[in-house]
Design a protein around this ligand. Structure first.
Ligand code: NAD
Ligand code: GLY
Length: 363
């Protein structure tokens, strides 16, 4: 098992990573503070992993469960209300602990429920997708969507512990594995060149879920994320580098319609656009672009945006007018391979060429 700590003063917490560790009761005992536990999960994950978790906790705690409908469309205030109702019906008090068993959707909602139930109760993240293991379970962003915007209602609220069992990845659909891998590659690109090189050497084995290597990839990702979060918990500045490829990717996701492109797929194509622009600005070598493309390809991720998009649709979705693009849109770009920068100082012509060339290549 690998362990690391997220350093946030009195809100610090451990992250445990290993195969089969969801069955280690002591990890839960150390993080649970009272005698009541509410396990929040969804209807896909419950049949796979809920019973085993209940079995290790039921002798020592009052354990109740809240099984949510599956999917991003259910990441709403209505579903959040279901968690509140379950907690109240089962008479959970201020010392209850919420356990989020699932991917990022469950983790974000259960975390927000924990942040707000009786003004805040402890919670534990047990992430079961690669994306949630390397990204959403770490760093304390919790929340739900509003019809007018994703993640528009929420709180920064840190868990007591993150317990990452790599075995849960064995049941994950392959597209979801690739989508999570986009975020793993992101850490190498933005802040760890040696991790990038390690991923180049190991991507094939990682995609077949070699147990030791996947533990190491998650560990390196959590180290990278926790270092950034420790410096800037509430995203006043540097935490925004975690959004490499996300502004371009968001345009793809929303233009194509929910669920057509997974978030990680859009992040991969979006990262390639950000890297291309960084190259046009003289920050990267052509060989850096080729290496990055090869790595995303090895993770079975798309490199180009959908051909049906246009420069105008990108600009519109990136919430800017072409005339005011320069100076207003802040992008995460690379200053070199393994180092990100946040800037609004990029040539509009280069931005346009990046998009137009990618769309032509996608034809
Ligand atoms: P998800 O939670 O929707 O999970 C993807 C699918 O896989 C779901 O159908 C889920 O039921 C299923 N699943 C989960 N674990 C499984 C397993 N082990 N075996 C089989 N199926 C499994 O998606 P996700 O990619 O984990 O998370 C996306 C969400 O995370 C978005 O809502 C996004 O906004 C959020 N997010 C939050 C942060 C943050 O910092 N809080 C960061 C990134 C993303
Ligand atoms: N996923 C970006 C962040 O946690 O800040």
């Amino acid at each position: 098992m690998r362990t690391l700590n997220v350093d946030l003063g009195d809100r610090s917490y451990p992250i445990f990573i290993g195969a089969g560790i969801r069955n280690q009761q002591s990890l839960f005992d150390d993080a649970i503070q009272g005698k009541q536990v509410m396990v929040v999960t969804n209807e896909t994950i419950a049949p796979l992993y809920l019973d085993a978790l209940l079995n290790i906790l039921k002798n020592d705690y009052q354990v109740d469960t809240c099984v949510l409908p599956d999917g991003e469309p259910f990441k709403t205030l209505d579903t959040y209300q279901m968690i509140m109702t379950r907690l109240l019906e089962a008479r959970h008090n201020r010392t209850t602990t919420i356990i989020a068993l699932g991917g990022g959707v469950v983790g974000d909602m259960a975390g927000f429920a924990a942040a707000t139930y009786q003004r805040g109760v402890p919670f534990i993240q047990v992430p079961t997708t690669l994306l949630s293991q390397v990204d959403s379970s770490v760093g304390g962003k919790t929340g739900v969507n509003h019809p007018l915007g994703k993640n528009m209602i929420g709180a920064f609220y840190q868990p007591q512990a993150v317990i990452i069992d790599t075995e849960t990845l064995n049941t994950l659909p392959p597209r979801e594995l690739s989508a999570g891998m986009a975020e793993v590659i992101k850490y190498g690109l933005i802040c760890d060149r040696s991790m990038f090189e390690w991923l180049e050497n190991n991507m094939t084995a990682l995609m077949s879920l070699n147990a030791d290597l996947i533990t190491e990839a998650i560990y390196l990702s959590c180290v990278a994320k926790s270092k950034v979060v420790s410096q800037d918990e509430r995203e006043g500045g540097i935490r925004a580098i975690l959004n490499l490829g996300h502004t371009f990717g968001h345009a793809i996701e929303t233009e194509m319609g929910y669920g057509v492109w997974l978030h990680g797929e859009a992040v991969a194509a979006g990262s390639m656009l950000a890297l291309d622009l960084s190259w046009r600005m003289g920050n990267l070598e052509n060989s850096d672009l080729i290496r990055s493309a090869d790595l995303f390809k090895a993770a079975r991720l798309p490199l180009l945006p959908p051909a049906e998009m246009t420069l105008d649709s990108f600009v519109a979705r990136m919430s800017v007018d072409k005339k005011v693009l320069d100076g207003n849109l802040r992008l995460v770009l690379l200053s070199e391979l393994g180092q990100a920068m946040i800037t609004s100082d990029f040539p509009v012509e280069s931005f346009n060429e990046t998009i137009l060339d990618a769309l032509e290549a996608a034809m």
